[in-house]
Design a protein around this ligand. Structure first.
Ligand SMILES: NC(=O)c1ccc[n+]([C@@H]2O[C@H](COP(=O)([O-])OP(=O)(O)OC[C@H]3O[C@@H](n4cnc5c(N)ncnc54)[C@H](OP(=O)(O)O)[C@@H]3O)[C@@H](O)[C@H]2O)c1
Length: 303
């Protein structure tokens, strides 16, 4: 049997950790692509204890830094070289205005431009002549966003942390649908699709004073929330479904199937119509290539 390899970004905690654990249980070799070596090593030890016999590797990746993405690709090529499943899970929410080393706003860099560049870097490594997948993690928040490409990098308008998060997730979903169309036109064996977790009490609130579980108010809020919303493991199920279910198609989008898609078993989820706008997605693609300096399936014939 061929060993199947999955790369999961942000696999050291929260939904990413539980996604990695579910894939390990299904026999995948899991590559934990994480920005903190120490946190990743601890998570790997936990994973090996929970799922004995797992093949799990840590490769350092800071999605917000273009140099780190290239270093990740080189190490991945040296250590594994072949990939069956990429899960772009890592994300940050609601950080104050911060920019990476090349001037990109940090939520945009982490939640969208980094995954765009990582997808481009890993595309040549997907196992040939075999069905393989890319699963991109979105958010319910994308439904209230607008894809403003005229100030995509928050240079002119007043920065609003939640709006920036929601927009980065809408970009992720529009990108995924366009990726799926481009892969399909090429007759690729790679299926690109997306999922969102609903709500779960993870460490995602750590950048906001009110929701940071490490301070007293945040702890109080998180304890109350934890009793009412999905566990990180439950919240990983839409991603795992997108990664593993047989009856999926490129461009599908899954989330929890319960009330308002907040929790429940995986089911098709509602997309912001802007994510289906093909002309907008092509402009987004051009802009993403220009901003990252990375070309991704760029030799498509003109539309
Ligand atoms: N929890 C929710 O209710 C919820 C709702 C909607 C969508 N989501 C989405 O679900 C995904 C997982 O979130 P979560 O709730 O599991 O959050 P989490 O507990 O905060 O985990 C986020 C993960 O992303 C990693 N990460 C952050 N910045 C990174 C970077 N620059 N490079 C590499 N890794 C980075 C974190 O690493 P460190 O531990 O080193 O910081 C961590 O492993 C995110 O995309 C999030 O937007 C979550």
């Amino acid at each position: 049997m061929t060993e199947r390899v999955a790369v999961i970004t942000g696999a050291n905690t929260g939904i990413g950790y539980h996604t990695a654990a579910q894939l390990a249980r299904r026999g995948y070799t899991v590559v934990m692509a994480c920005r903190s070596r120490e946190r990743a090593d601890e998570a790997r030890a936990r994973l090996l204890a929970e799922v004995p016999g797992t093949q799990a590797l840590v490769i350092r990746l800071d999605l917000a830094e273009p140099g780190s993405i290239q270093a990740f690709r080189r190490e991945f090529d040296d250590r594994l070289g072949v990939l069956d499943l990429l899960i772009n899970n890592a994300g940050i929410v609601g950080v104050p205005l911060t920019r990476n080393s090349v001037g990109h706003e940090l939520q945009l860099a982490t939640n969208y431009l980094g995954p765009f560049a990582l997808t481009a870097a890993l595309l040549p490594s997907f196992r040939p002549d075999t069905p393989t997948r890319i699963v991109n993690v979105g958010s319910l928040a994308h439904r209230v966003a607008a894809l403003r490409l005229d100030d995509f990098n928050w240079e002119r308008r007043r920065y609003e942390p939640f709006r920036a998060y929601a927009r980065s997730k809408l970009a992720m979903l529009a990108f995924t649908l366009e990726l799926s169309r481009r892969l399909r036109r090429r007759g690729s064996d790679i299926t690109a699709l997306c999922a969102h977790p609903g709500f779960a009490a993870t460490e995602i609130g750590r950048y906001n004073r009110l929701t940071n579980p490490r301070n007293p108010v945040g702890r109080w809020i998180n304890e109350r929330l934890r009793a009412r919303i999905a566990t990180p493991q439950e919240a990983s199920m839409p991603t795992v479904h997108a990664a593993c279910a047989e009856d999926v198609r490129g461009g599908d989008y899954f989330g929890p199937g319960g009330w308002l898609e907040i929790g429940g078993p995986p089911a098709p989820a509602k997309l912001n119509p802007a994510a289906r706008d093909e002309a907008l997605a092509r402009r987004l693609w051009e802009l993403s290539q220009a901003m990252t300096g990375v070309r991704l399936l760029a030799d498509d014939p003109p539309q």
